[in-house]
Design a protein around this ligand. Structure first.
Ligand SMILES: *[C@@H]1O[C@H](CO)[C@@H](O)[C@H](O)[C@H]1NC(C)=O
Ligand SMILES: *[C@@H]1O[C@H](CO)[C@@H](O)[C@H](O)[C@H]1NC(C)=O
Ligand SMILES: *[C@@H]1O[C@H](CO)[C@@H](O)[C@H](O)[C@H]1NC(C)=O
Ligand SMILES: *[C@@H]1O[C@H](CO)[C@@H](O)[C@H](O)[C@H]1NC(C)=O
Ligand SMILES: *[C@@H]1O[C@H](CO)[C@@H](O)[C@H](O)[C@H]1NC(C)=O
Ligand SMILES: *[C@@H]1O[C@H](CO)[C@@H](O)[C@H](O)[C@H]1NC(C)=O
Ligand SMILES: *[C@@H]1O[C@H](CO)[C@@H](O)[C@H](O)[C@H]1NC(C)=O
Length: 337
C-alpha cells in the first residue's frame, strides 16, 4: 500500500472517530468511552490504518473484537486476529486502554518487534494472548507486574531468551503457553508455586534445557507439555496417584528415569513419553488407566520387560511401544522369553 493510501485510510479512521465521538451514543451500538475510541484509532493507525470500522456503527465489524462495558463505556476486551495485512509493531497506545481485561493479538503474521513495556500498565489484564505473530525479543520480565493475569499465551512467535523468573510471582496465573518460540535456559523453579490448581504449562518446540524443578511435585497441574526441547533428568515427580494431571507430553527430550515405580494419576488421558532415555519397565497400572485415554506412547526409549495386558491395553498398537531396549509381548512381535 502506498504511503498516500495509508494516510488516507488513517485520515478516514480519524474522521469517523471524530464523528462518532461527537454524536450522541444513542444510535451507536458501540457506546465506547471517547478516550478509548481515541486510543483505538491510535492503535489502528499504528497498525497501518487498520479497521476504521472499529469506530463505525457495526458491532460485528472487524470480527466484533471489541467489548465495551455497557455501564462505563470503557473497553474491557480487545481482540485483533487473522489479518495478514496488519503491519507495524504493538503500539504503546494499547496502554491507553487502561480498563482492558483481555488482550488478544492472534494470527497477525506481519506484526513484528518486541512486546512493549507499556503493556505492563494494563494492571487489570487477566488474559494476554499474543500468538502466531512475528513478534520477537524476550518474554519480558515486566509481565510480572500484571498481578491479575490468569492466562498468558505467547505461542507461535519468534521470542528468544529465557523464561523470566518474575512470572513465578504472579499469584493468579495458572495457564502459560510459550510453545513454538526459540526460548533457551531452564524452567524457573518457582513457576506456579503461588498458583491455584488446574495449572497448565505448554512449553513445546523451544530449546529449553535443565531438569524439571523439584518444586513442581507440589503444583496442581492439569496439563504439561514440554515436548521437543532439550530437557534432561528425572520427570517422575510429575506423576503420582491423586494428582489431577490429565495431559502429560514429555516427548522428544532427553529425560532419563526409571518408569517402573511411577504411579499414574487416575485422570491421565494423554501420556506421551516417546523419544527420551527412560528406562525400567512399564508399570502394570497402565492397564488400569481410564477408558477415556486417548494416547499412551512410550516408543523410542530404553524400556524393558513385558508390555502389560488387560484393561485398556487393547487400545494401543505396536507403534506405542516400538524402539525400546527390550520390551516384549503383544502388541509387539517379539514374545517374552
Ligand atoms: C488484505 O489486503 C488485500 C489486498 O489489498 C485484500 O484483498 C484483502 O481483503 C485484505 N485482507 C483483509 C483481511 O483485510
Ligand atoms: C480494575 O478492576 C477493579 C475490580 O474489578 C475495578 O474496581 C477497577 O476500576 C478496575 N480498574 C481499571 C483501571 O479498570
Ligand atoms: C496454548 O496452550 C493453551 C493451553 O493448552 C491452549 O488453550 C491454547 O489454545 C494454546 N495456544 C495456541 C495458540 O495454540
Ligand atoms: C543449557 O544450554 C546452554 C547452552 O544453550 C548451556 O550453556 C547450559 O549449560 C545448559 N544448561 C543445562 C542445565 O543443561
Ligand atoms: C527400576 O526400578 C525397579 C523397581 O524399583 C528395579 O527393579 C529395576 O532394577 C530398576 N531398573 C533399572 C534399569 O534401574
Ligand atoms: C487395577 O484396578 C483393579 C480394580 O480397581 C485393582 O484391583 C488392581 O489392583 C489394579 N491394578 C494395578 C496394577 O493398579
Ligand atoms: C508414538 O510415537 C512415535 C514416535 O514419535 C510415533 O512414530 C508413533 O506413531 C506414535 N504412536 C502413536 C500410537 O501415537
Amino acid at each position: 500500500m502506498s504511503k498516500m493510501k495509508r494516510a488516507m485510510r488513517t485520515m478516514r479512521a480519524i474522521l469517523v472517530v471524530l464523528l462518532v465521538a461527537a454524536s450522541p451514543a444513542a444510535a451507536s451500538p458501540i457506546r465506547c468511552h471517547h478516550d478509548d475510541i481515541a486510543a483505538l484509532a491510535a492503535i489502528g493507525a499504528a497498525f497501518g490504518g487498520y479497521c476504521s470500522a472499529w469506530t463505525q456503527r457495526d458491532p460485528e465489524c472487524c470480527g466484533g473484537g471489541i467489548h465495551c462495558d455497557p455501564f462505563t463505556g470503557r473497553v474491557t476486551d480487545l481482540a485483533v486476529f487473522q489479518d495478514a495485512n496488519i503491519t507495524g509493531t504493538i503500539p504503546d497506545a494499547v496502554a491507553r486502554l487502561v480498563h482492558l481485561r483481555t488482550l488478544k493479538l492472534h494470527h497477525l503474521p506481519a506484526i513484528s518487534g518486541p512486546i512493549p513495556p507499556a503493556i505492563a500498565k494494563l494492571s487489570n489484564l487477566t488474559m494476554l494472548i499474543i500468538s502466531w505473530t512475528g513478534v520477537s525479543g524476550p518474554v519480558p520480565s515486566f509481565l510480572g507486574a500484571l498481578t491479575k493475569l490468569t492466562f498468558l499465551d505467547l505461542s507461535f512467535n519468534s521470542l528468544t531468551g529465557v523464561i523470566p523468573a518474575s512470572l513465578a510471582a504472579l499469584p493468579n496465573l495458572n495457564g502459560i503457553n510459550l510453545s513454538r518460540n526459540r526460548l533457551t535456559g531452564v524452567i524457573p523453579p518457582l513457576l506456579f508455586s503461588k498458583s491455584p490448581d488446574q495449572a497448565s504449562l505448554v512449553l513445546s518446540h523451544n530449546i529449553l534445557n535443565g531438569s524439571i524443578p523439584a518444586e513442581f511435585s507440589a503444583v496442581g497441574f492439569s496439563q504439561i507439555d514440554l515436548s521437543r526441547n532439550a530437557f534432561t533428568g528425572d520427570a517422575s515427580a510429575l506423576f503420582g496417584r491423586g494428582k489431577e494431571l490429565q495431559i502429560l507430553d514429555l516427548s522428544r527430550n532427553a529425560f532419563s528415569f526409571n518408569l517402573s515405580d511411577v504411579e499414574l494419576p487416575e485422570r491421565l488421558t494423554w501420556l506421551d513419553l516417546s523419544h527420551n532415555a527412560i528406562y525400567g519397565g512399564i508399570p502394570a497400572q497402565v492397564a488400569n488407566m481410564s477408558f477415556q485415554t486417548q494416547l499412551f506412547n512410550v516408543s523410542y526409549n530404553q524400556l524393558c520387560g513385558a508390555v502389560p495386558t488387560g484393561g485398556i491395553m487393547g487400545k494401543f498398537d505396536a507403534y506405542s511401544f516400538q524402539h525400546n531396549k527390550c520390551l516384549c509381548g503383544a502388541p509387539l512381535a517379539n514374545l517374552c522369553k
